[in-house]
Design a protein around this ligand. Sequence first.
Ligand code: SAH
Length: 467
Amino acid sequence: MLFTLTNTAAPATDLGYLLHKNPNRCQVADLNFGKAYIFYPEASEKSCTAALLLDIDPVAIVRGKPGTTGGGPLAQYVNDKPYVASSFLSVAIASLYGSALQGKCPQRPDLAATRLPLTAELAVLPCRGGRNFLSELFEPLGYDLQATRHALDQRFPNWGDSVYYTVTLSKRTTVQELLAHLYVLIPVLDNDKHYYVGESEVENLLSKGAQWLAGHPLRDTIVKRYLKFRFSLARQALARLTEEEPEDTDADSCQPDGQELTLEETVSLNEERLGAVLAALRESGAGSVLDIGCGEGKLLRLLLKEKAITGIVGMDVSVRSLEIAHQKLGLDRLAGPARERIRLIHGSLLYRDSRFSGFDAATVMEVIEHLDPPRLTAFERVLFEAARPGRIILTTPNHEYNAMWPNLPAGRFRHPDHRFEWTRREFQEWAQATADRYGYSVRFVPVGREDEILGAPTQMGVFINGN
Ligand code: SAH
């Protein structure tokens, strides 16, 4: 993993003072996850580049934190960590460029405050949110961003793109500011932040981010992702950034901390799931959608952005969830045709209801596993026989994949309210039999990072009405 920093203001070798690293020497440091080398591939009057090469030892990572990297024994040792910019790079920046990160330069204090034409290059940066997410993170901070996406395998172009980019960021700024941006934003892109996120991380974030984070358009996302979706910590940090009292109304706060930890990986999975359902809806060309068990309206929020979808109904048995959805979607602020486009209704998917009829598509995301198995037949009849939408897009956990989560004890469900979780075979048997019984066809789509043996964390069935 290589990170280079270039200064092009003469005398460019001043960079050596700023980083406290002599351009004429190669330096090596031992970190508890491997070795870091600092050297200068170029050190001239006009241009000076400091390179930080991280040689991460995948075995040391596993030894350092037994059982916490997840993914079974192979994934523990064979993963992308040695090759990509991850939270390990932030740790390396803090330990090797620590004074620069604090804006200290005792020999040349004037230099530390000088804005220089700097360019940072990250040889491999994973970004699952795509190029847009990179732009949204870095461009508001004034960077000129160049990102080259790499193919999954150059020999097989039809496999498509990987999530890895080579990223160059240029800006006239201080070394301190640039390092602070990277220190915070690299872990935001890193799904598997390696260290335990506790209270001290809030301080860490605020010390590096207080100057620029409050005004960043993605402030909330950055804070939540940096703190690994530990919502109680994120609320503290946001309250301090915005100098407001922390609110306690967010439904996420209902989750005990232990459970947040269990579910931390599922947060980005949730985004992938929403993306997959949305893609299936777009592909179907549906103009009206019924979201069954809409909860707090995460999917509804995305549906509102789809111009092609003109009729949206969210349905749930929980009045509280509907109230939260109403508030989060800002329905009180909508008026006229925009307000008429969406309705929230209170109901149950176990009882026939004429309000469920006439939709191009229905979505049922992460709902059926909350039903007692004997009630599934009632659900099938309500949806597949009576409501009969053109398409039904249904997601449910793949129970086999639970083995990938080391902090989920064997045999346990992902959520205490789940009444069952199906293996891929169980889901496919149920879905195929239901489709056959009610005149639908069905295809299956894995959602989330797929494991060769255990499959993907979420399974999705797309049912198409054959009549
Ligand atoms: N679809 C949402 C919420 C999933 S949680 C999402 O993916 O984020 C499951 C939801 O199903 C909860 O909001 C719960 O209230 C709802 N639910 C459970 N039983 C239901 C029933 N019988 N009828 C309608 N909704 C139900």
